[in-house]
Write a protein that binds this ligand. Structure first.
Ligand SMILES: O=C(O)c1ccccc1NCC(=O)[C@H](O)[C@H](O)COP(=O)(O)O
Length: 395
């Protein structure tokens, strides 16, 4: 790449953090040059500033941002913008981060924002994803991938898909993935005295094939400590790490904490991410539950090779509306045929409360169900499972 030089410019607004509400527009010109010694020499130049509060009062500031950390973060932000463009091409509406620019502390004493507005997430799923982006960025700094990889690779896993198939054969009913969930954005707190290990043990005893453990703190009051504690308590059911995965780093982290499967949400992840993350999971021996909500997402996922487990969420994660007929609709006709040909296991997800609900999704073609609220809310979650199926399904 000797002698290569790329130049780009962007109009960016800086908001002073000093509290005096001084808003300044900068034209930032970035030049990247790859030098012969292979070193990436990046520099950012703020070449002009203008106070927007009084447009006739223009000031020219010559300053240079050569701090490699700043430059790296701006670069990361640009990669994020690129990711959003790819996602849009896959019909994804959820943006990975606010469109108004990189987080605010990037440039010295200034907050750093693009001039257009748009700092408000359009729905709860987008809000969760934006928050997750900040959370994962911070976690990654504390636990870089190379240290995590060893821990993840040394974990031995349990066969998540095998457990679903065995349960279906044993009971003739959809295998249960029972969810260990304290709270959710749509339903608030589901259980005040929440003991994740006790709930997990009760689920297992009552016949759950696998467990799904919420690890998101802010929106579901879950944690990776819960996942680890359930694993260490001797629960044998394979564990799904119910997390909002946007970065491969999270897969290694989940594995290091005892996950046997992870969730990938098609409404959030472009096809490229789903392909690449599924490959990582296979290398680590993890199962991947790819979640879809509509026809477009289902078609995208069916076109990806190597997908073994698809979840159909009856809950629209943008509006919270639950509609069981979603499962039926997505399994009709050609889609159902492809699923059978590819021997994909379909998991019906959300809003199931009664034996009739289970019978309805089973008739639609699911071989497993993911259930949270209706069983976790019961004083005895084990009895909740028998009630849900209308019979004792314990082994
Ligand atoms: O449940 C929510 O409020 C929610 C909001 C945003 C993203 C995901 C959300 N839920 C995840 C799930 O889909 C459920 O936890 C899971 O399918 C079990 O559903 P349920 O049996 O209705 O508790």
């Amino acid at each position: 790449m000797e002698g290569t030089s790329i130049k780009a410019s962007a109009k960016i607004s800086f908001l002073s953090t000093s509290g005096c509400n001084f808003r300044t527009n900068f034209i930032v010109r970035k030049s990247i040059s790859m030098e012969g010694n292979g070193k990436n020499n990046l520099s950012l130049r703020c070449i002009r500033a203008q106070q927007s509060d009084s447009s006739d009062e223009a000031a020219v500031i010559m300053s240079e941002v050569n701090d490699p950390e700043v430059v790296l973060k701006v670069k990361e932000w640009e990669v994020g913008k690129f990711q959003d463009e790819i996602a849009e091409r896959d019909g994804i509406r959820i943006r990975r981060r606010p469109p108004t620019g990189p987080p605010q502390h990037y440039v010295g004493p200034f907050e750093f924002r693009l001039q257009n507005e748009g700092n408000t997430p359009r729905n709860i799923l987008e809000e969760i994803i934006w928050h997750k982006h900040v959370e994962v960025t911070q976690l990654k700094e504390r636990r870089p991938l190379h240290t995590l990889k060893k821990a993840a690779e040394s974990m031995s896993g349990r066969d998540f898909i095998g457990a679903l198939k065995a349960s279906y054969l044993r009971t003739g009913l959809p295998a249960l993935i029972a969810e260990v969930k304290k709270a959710s954005p749509s339903r608030g707190v589901l259980k005040e005295n929440f003991d994740p290990v006790q709930i997990a043990q009760a689920y297992e005893k009552a016949g759950a094939a696998c467990l799904s453990v919420l690890t998101d703190k802010k929106y579901f009051q879950g944690s990776f400590e819960n996942l680890e504690a359930i694993r260490k308590a001797g629960v044998k059911c394979p564990l799904l790490c119910k997390e909002f995965i946007i970065d491969a780093w999270q897969i290694y982290y989940a594995r290091s904490k005892g996950a046997d499967a992870i969730l990938l949400i098609a409404a959030v992840l472009p096809d490229l991410d789903i392909k690449y993350m599924t490959k990582i999971c296979k290398l680590l021996g993890l199962a991947t539950l790819v979640e879809v909500h509509d026809e477009r997402e289902m078609d995208r996922v069916l076109a990806i090779d190597g997908i073994e487990l698809i979840g159909i969420n009856n809950r629209n994660l943008e509006t919270f509306k639950v509609d069981m007929s979603n499962t039926k609709r997505l399994l009709e006709g050609k889609r159902g045929e492809i699923i059978r040909q590819k021997d994909i296991i379909v998991v019906g997800e959300s809003g199931m409360f009664t034996p009739d609900d289970i019978a309805y999704v089973q008739a639609a073609g699911v071989k497993a169900v993911l259930v949270g609220e209706s069983i976790v809310k019961q004083d005895d979650p084990g009895k909740g499972i028998a009630g849900l199926f209308g019979q004792d399904i314990s082994p």
